[in-house]
Design a protein around this ligand. Structure first.
Ligand code: FES
Length: 265
């Protein structure tokens, strides 16, 4: 699953180009990091330093990487001291970055219609994937779910040419309910399905009969200490034994993951 070649990650001190809040508790960060931007692929991540008082770097999936401008972007929620430090960055500040890391999404050469299912902040790596699929001439449908309209990713950060269906749990935008409720309308046309979101969304997808037989790739977000395959802190159980999310993933085949064994994401 995913890219099979491990490319040496680059480590550098990257200047901040843009840093701002885009949703309640969610921030957008743009860094100038040309060696990372030229290597990064959708689904991969970088480890970002979070200031002098936070020992461990924080893993963030690429929201985009542009090898022409040398810029990489991230969308992340503030969940602790490290991400709070990141959220206070201003243009001109610098961040220690190590990446790209992990194995990303793989689009099959014969896939013409791509279906993307994003739950909450799971939209971040899927935007990068959607852009790559569109650049390859594929049609992209994005199913985007959130708790409410305020938690939906702003349109300017989404891939422009994708067909987008939204759902919110409180009905304040799009269809009222869960984004997985929209699946039956779109699944038949899809050659490949990609998903990123919370564990309950994955559990629903794993039981969804219409997805059986479809190639589905999911990106897992788990706690990581080293991000380099050294500490075993990100190990999960799969049908093929234990795997490290940082090294073997974060993208896995949905059928490969032992969902009943995952405690929480
Ligand atoms: Fe250390 Fe994956 S985070 S092995």
């Amino acid at each position: 699953m995913g890219l099979s070649i491990q490319i040496s990650p680059q480590q550098l001190v990257a200047p901040v180009i843009d840093s701002r809040q885009v949703m309640p508790g969610v921030f957008y960060l743009k860094l100038k990091a040309p060696p990372v931007a030229s290597l990064a692929r959708p689904g991969q991540f970088a480890m970002l330093g979070c200031g002098p008082d936070v020992l461990l770097r924080r893993p963030l999936s690429f929201h985009n990487a542009n090898s022409d401008t040398g810029e990489v972007t991230f969308l992340y929620g503030v969940v602790g001291r490290g991400t709070r430090w990141l959220s206070q960055l201003k243009p001109g500040d610098t961040v220690d970055i190590l990446g790209p890391l992990g194995n990303g999404f793989t689009i099959k050469p014969d896939s013409k219609n791509i279906l993307i299912i994003a739950g909450g902040m799971g939209v971040a790596p899927l935007c990068f994937l959607a852009r790559q699929a569109q650049d390859g001439g594929r049609s992209v449908t994005l199913l985007l779910g959130a708790a409410s309209a305020a938690n939906l990713c702003p349109a300017e950060l989404l891939p422009a040419a994708a067909t987008c269906q939204t759902a919110t749990e409180d009905g304040s935008a799009g269809v009222k309910g869960l984004i997985t409720d929209c699946l039956p309308q779109y699944i038949d046309k899809a050659d490949q399905v990609f998903a990123c979101g919370p564990l309950p969304m994955y559990r629903t997808l794993a039981k969804e009969l219409s997805l059986q037989g479809k190639p589905v790739q999911v990106s897992l977000e788990v706690r990581m200490a080293c991000g380099l395959g050294v500490c075993y802190g990100c190990s999960i159980k799969t049908r093929d034994g234990m795997k490290k999310v940082c090294r073997d993933g974060p993208v896995f085949s949905m059928q490969e993951v032992a969902w009943e064994e995952l405690a929480g994401l």
